[in-house]
Design a protein around this ligand. Structure first.
Ligand SMILES: Nc1nc2c(ncn2[C@@H]2O[C@H](COP(=O)(O)OP(=O)(O)OP(=O)(O)O)[C@@H](O)[C@H]2O)c(=O)[nH]1
Ligand SMILES: [Mg+2]
Length: 470
């Protein structure tokens, strides 16, 4: 597919900087740039070799706009597969705009969001999942999401899918060939080999589908709600985790009214902590709204840190009440990971600590309990370790493919469904023509991921989320 027009856009962030890069892509990119560039040595850009850099001036008639470096990439050996010119100019917003306007008046049009990458995809330089990974690489803000995005951009994930798709495609054609010879009762597709392939595909699909649980949290950060009664130290804990005075702390119960959220990275994985209004019966309308919000936040969170004021737990009676409270929370949110944090450990007498520990033992079999002092930071590192332990980061450490994109996840689920139908058909001894239908469906969903099968709507959706100039 050849795009006829030449596009231009600023590739660096808008605003002033030391250097800005303006990018042109399309059949006429080099000719257009050449018409407005005077090199130091007097050589025309159109005569310049591919993959070289030239120093010179961008000129509008007699007017010199800037001294620049121009990089030339001749298609098809370029990012988009087309001719590309990248102009590194001085980063004044005025110069940027003057140069872009010059090209817009002389044969270029403004690039749409993600259009350079879209062209790379349409010209077969990268597949769709790699194109999507480009956006993820740009958006990645912690080590884990970065690692996954880079791996996907380099094609790790799509190669795996493409190989299986090719093998499956091969069997589909063999089975379909049998249909042409149906009178003769021949089997071109060896059923044992086919079963072997189906087994392998099922295994890979299941692994990829499972990985989304990790991938999704890594990409979006793991929501962790900090909840408990007023004054137990929730906001103090948030501040301690973030290492800054983010939330107001006071000894007045009901200080936090609205939820406060912020993200930190623990060993490369993003955690989004949500400080909430303390839960209690209240007549105050605003506080009541805050408490309602607390429960909504618990619903959205994956992990709940249930905080109690350890200095108030002076006897068995308080501990018994706490146990009831925790049972309530656990029953209300059975699918959440809950950690019990006994705060203000600095104010708990040693023998009380022992008492609480032993009383909690029955409970801690199901509920991890940690003593902390949010104010001094004691136990906060242990807490971080516990949080990391809740996430299965094994796949990440082993550099396995992790699916982070919900579009891919949905296609994988549908592909698995079709493969299971094929399996069912094989077990039931279905004829080739029936098997072929489900195989074609599975192939369709594989193709959706890498973009062998795509619609304009889908492409529009994906690339609309890119920045201009990428
Ligand atoms: N001694 C001691 N005091 C603490 C500790 N953590 C918090 N506090 C104190 O407890 C009081 C309440 O702390 P906050 O962080 O505002 O409590 P909160 O749970 O956010 O309270 P609400 O927002 O009202 O629900 C403050 O005076 C804190 O300084 C701790 O580990 N040790
Ligand atoms: Mg608070």
């Amino acid at each position: 597919m050849i795009q006829q027009d030449t596009i231009v856009a600023l590739a660096t962030p808008s605003g002033a900087g030391a250097i800005a890069i303006i990018r042109l892509s399309g059949i006429d990119a080099i000719t257009i740039a050449s018409n407005h560039f005077v090199s130091r040595k007097g050589k025309k850009l159109v005569h310049q070799k591919t993959h070289t850099i030239v120093l010179g001036h961008i000129v509008d008639g007699n007017r010199v706009l800037d001294e620049v470096l121009v990089s030339i990439f001749k298609g098809p050996n370029s990012y988009t597969g087309e001719n590309i010119v990248e102009i590194s100019c001085h980063g004044s917003t005025y110069i940027q705009q003057e140069i872009i306007q010059l090209f817009l008046r002389n044969g270029c049009r403004t690039a749409d969001a993600g259009e350079f990458t879209l062209r790379a995809f349409l010209n077969g330089k990268i597949d769709l999942s790699q194109a999507e990974a480009v956006a993820d690489v740009i958006a990645s803000d912690n080590a884990a999401s970065h690692q996954i995005a880079i791996q996907q951009m380099r094609g790790g994930f799509s190669n795996e899918i493409k190989e299986l798709r090719a093998e499956l495609m091969n069997f589909a054609s063999l089975i379909e060939l049998e249909l042409d010879f149906s009178e003769e009762d021949v089997e071109f597709a060896n059923r044992d080999q086919f079963q072997d392939l189906i087994n392998r595909i099922t295994l890979v699909l299941k692994r990829l589908i499972d990985s989304f649980a990790v991938g999704n949290v890594i990409k979006n950060g793991i929501p962790v709600a900090i909840v408990g009664e007023p004054n137990v130290g929730k906001s103090t804990l948030l501040n301690s985790l973030l290492n800054e005075d983010r939330a107001i702390v006071s000894d007045i119960a009901g200080t936090t009214r609205d939820t406060i959220e912020d993200e930190i990275s623990i060993e490369g994985i993003g955690f989004r902590f949500i400080d909430t209004a303390g839960i209690r019966e209240t007549q105050d309308i605003v506080e009541g709204i805050g408490i309602k919000k607390t429960f909504e936040k618990i619903k959205q969170a994956q992990v709940v840190l249930y905080l109690v004021d350890g200095s108030l737990m002076t006897g068995t009676k308080e501990i018994a009440l706490l146990k009831i409270e925790i049972e309530k929370i656990k029953n209300q949110f059975p699918q959440k990971s809950i950690l019990l944090l006994i705060n203000k450990a600095d104010k708990i007498a040693p023998d009380t600590t022992t008492l609480i520990s032993s009383e909690m033992e029955t409970l801690s079999a199901q509920l991890k309990t940690i003593f902390i002092a949010a104010k001094t930071g004691e136990g906060v590192e242990d807490l971080k370790g516990e949080l990391l332990g809740l996430i299965n980061t094994g796949a990440l450490r082993n550099n396995e493919t992790i699916v982070t994109n919900s579009r891919h996840y949905n296609s994988l689920l549908k592909a698995l469904e079709e493969i299971q139908k094929v399996q069912y058909g094989m077990d039931a001894g279905f004829s080739g023509d029936l098997l072929a239908i489900d195989i074609r469906q599975a192939l369709f969903h594989f193709g959706e991921i890498t973009g062998e099968i795509s619609s304009d709507d889908l492409l529009g959706n994906i690339f609309a989320n890119f920045c201009i100039g990428k």
